[in-house]
Write a protein that binds this ligand. Structure first.
Ligand code: HEC
Length: 458
C-alpha cells in the first residue's frame, strides 16, 4: 500500500506472476536435472567409450544450454520484474531478509553459466577428466541454486520461527525447506527425462542409440517420481494449519491435488512400461504426450503451493494485499486511504476538500456525488482486493460472485471478509471506507439471473 498499484486488467497482477513463473519453472527444473543427467551420462559414455552416445550428449548439451541459459535466464529476470511490480512489499521483505541468500544464489548462478559454457564450447578440447569436472561443477552449482531458492520460496509458505527471532537461518531452514527440496529435485529429474525423450525422439534415428538413451534416461524419472510423492506428502504435513484448511476448503484445490499425484503416477507407469522396459516404444508423439503430462503436473503443483498461502503472501509476515499485519489496527483507526502514500496523494489531488494537511475526513467523502464515491470505492478495491479478484470480468471476478446480493450482504462481506472466508485478509479501513467500497461493489454486481428466483418475491 506504500507503493503505487499495478493494475493488470482481467488477470490480476499475481496471476501474471503465476504465468511467468510457470514458464520459468518448467525450464529451471530442467536446468538442474539436465545438469545432473549430463554429468552422469558423459561419465558413463567416457567410461564405456561410447562415441555415438558422446556425440548425442554434445548435441543435447547445445539444446540444453539454449533452453536453460537463454530462455531460463530471461524468464527468471521476468519473475523479478513482475514480483517487484505486483508485490512490492513482499519483494522488499524477501530482499531484506535474504540479501545474503540472493548473493549466494548469484555466485552459484555465475558458476553455473561459466561451467556450462566451458562444458559445451571446450568439448573435445579438454581431457575427459577435466571435461567431466566442468559437468560436475555445473550440476552441483545448479542444484545449489535450487536449494537456495527453495529456502526462500519455502519461507513464503511457512517461515517457521522467523517472525519471532528474525534469524536468517531459521527463515532459510523453514519447515517447508527439506520437503520442497526433495519434491523439486524429483521434479527436476522427472522433467529432464521428458526433455531428453522429446529431443531424442526427433533427433536420434539410430535405433540402438535410441534404446540406450531411453533406458538410461528412464531411471532418473522413476527416481524423481518417488521423490515427488514423498516430498509432496511431507510438504502437506509441514504446512501451517490454515494452509491445510485452505486446501480442504477449496474444491478446485482438491481436484488439482489429486491431479498432481495422478499425473505423476501415470508418468511413472508409462515410463516403466514404456522406455524402461520396452525402449523401442518411444516416438515423437509419445514423447510429446509425456512432456505435456510433466508440464501439467509441475504447473498444478506450483498453483497449489501458491494458492494455500492466502491470506498471506509471506505467511504471517505480509498480507496478500501488501499490508503488514501490524499495520491493520492503525489503518482501521485512521483509514486505508490516509495510511497509504499513493492513495493519500490520489485523494489529495482529486478531493482536496476532504483533506486537512495530513488527515482525510472520510465523512466528507461520503457527501460527494455518487459517481465520485464509487470511484473512491474502486480505488479501495484495487488496492485492497485486486490482488485476488478482478472486478467485473477475469480471474475470480467479485462482480459475478455477488450477483444478486443485497446491499446488506455486500456490506457484511466488505466489513468482515476474513469472517466470510478465513483466507481473505481483514478489511483495513474505517466503516466509512467500507461503505464506499460496498457502493462500488453494488454498482458492478449484475442482477440475479432471470427465472432463478424460484417463484419467491424479490
Ligand atoms: C488473499 C486473497 C483475497 C483477497 C485479498 C480478497 N479476497 Fe475475496 N475471496 C478470496 C477467495 C479465494 C474467495 C473464494 C472464491 C473463490 O474460490 O474464487 C473469495 C471470495 C469473495 C467473495 C464471495 C464471498 C462468498 O460468500 O462467496 C466476495 C464477495 C469477496 N471475496 C470480496 C472481497 C473483497 C471486497 C475484498 C477486498 C476487501 C476481497 N474479497 C479480498 C480471496 C481474496
Amino acid at each position: 500500500m506504500h507503493y503505487p498499484w499495478w493494475h493488470v486488467p482481467f488477470l490480476t497482477a499475481p496471476m501474471l506472476i503465476a504465468i511467468i513463473s510457470v514458464l520459468h519453472v518448467v525450464v529451471s527444473h530442467y536446468a538442474v536435472g539436465g545438469g545432473i543427467f549430463l554429468a552422469a551420462e558423459t561419465r558413463h559414455a567416457y567410461k564405456t567409450n561410447n562415441k555415438s552416445y558422446l556425440a548425442y550428449l554434445k548435441e543435447h548439451a547445445w539444446f540444453f544450454i539454449l533452453i536453460t541459459v537463454v530462455y531460463g535466464a530471461i524468464t527468471g529476470v521476468g519473475i523479478w520484474w513482475t514480483i517487484g511490480l505486483a508485490s512490492p512489499l513482499a519483494t522488499e521483505v524477501l530482499i531484506h531478509t535474504f540479501v545474503f541468500g540472493w548473493a549466494m544464489e548469484y555466485c552459484f548462478f555465475i558458476l553455473e553459466i561459466v561451467a556450462a559454457f566451458i562444458f559445451f564450447y571446450f568439448w573435445g578440447k579438454l581431457s575427459p577428466k577435466t571435461h567431466q569436472l566442468t559437468a560436475d561443477i555445473y550440476a552441483f552449482s545448479a542444484w545449489m541454486s535450487l536449494v537456495i531458492i527453495t529456502g526462500i520460496t519455502g519461507f513464503m509458505l511457512n517461515p517457521g520461527s522467523w517472525p519471532q527471532n528474525h534469524n536468517f537461518w531459521a527463515g532459510f531452514f523453514n519447515p517447508q525447506f527439506v520437503p520442497q527440496v526433495l519434491a523439486r529435485t524429483g521434479g527436476a529429474f522427472l522433467l529432464t527425462s521428458l526433455y531428453v525423450y522429446l529431443h531424442a525422439s526427433f533427433k536420434v534415428k539410430d535405433p540402438e542409440l535410441q534404446n540406450l538413451i531411453q533406458r538410461r534416461s528412464a531411471r532418473p524419472a522413476l527416481l524423481g517420481a518417488i521423490f515427488i510423492v514423498i516430498g509432496g506428502i511431507w510438504w502437506y504435513l509441514a504446512l501451517p494449519e490454515s494452509a491445510k484448511y485452505a486446501l480442504a476448503a477449496a474444491s478446485v484445490l482438491n481436484v488439482l491435488m489429486v491431479l498432481v499425484f495422478a499425473l505423476t503416477a501415470a508418468v511413472f507407469i508409462m515410463m516403466y512400461l514404456g522406455p524402461y522396459r520396452n525402449p523401442g516404444w518411444l516416438s515423437p508423439g509419445f514423447a510429446i504426450l509425456f512432456f505435456a503430462c510433466g508440464l501439467a503436473a509441475v504447473t498444478t503443483g506450483e498453483y497449489i503451493r501458491e494458492a494455500v498461502r492466502k491470506p498471506y503472501i509471506v505467511y504471517n509476515v505480509v498480507m496478500s494485499n501488501q499490508v503488514l499485519p501490524e499495520e491493520i489496527p492503525g489503518l482501521k483507526q485512521n483509514g486505508y486511504l490516509e495510511g497509504g502514500r499513493w492513495t493519500f496523494a490520489w485523494i489529495t489531488g482529486n478531493y482536496p476538500q476532504a483533506v486537512d494537511s495530513t488527515t482525510i475526513d472520510e465523512n466528507k467523502l461520503l457527501t460527494l456525488p455518487e459517481t465520485d464515491q464509487r470511484k473512491i470505492g474502486e480505488v479501495l478495491f484495487q488496492y485492497h482486493c485486486n490482488d485476488c479478484h478482478s472486478a467485473e470480468n477475469g480471474f475470480s471476478p467479485v462482480g459475478h460472485m455477488i450477483r444478486g446480493w443485497t446491499p446488506e450482504m455486500i456490506k457484511t462481506v466488505v466489513e468482515h471478509p476474513e469472517k466470510s472466508h478465513f483466507f481473505m485478509p481483514p478489511f483495513c479501513g474505517t466503516p466509512q471506507e467500507a461503505e464506499l467500497l460496498a457502493k462500488y461493489m453494488a454498482g458492478i454486481a449484475p442482477a440475479h439471473p432471470r427465472g432463478m428466483n424460484y417463484g419467491l418475491e424479490r
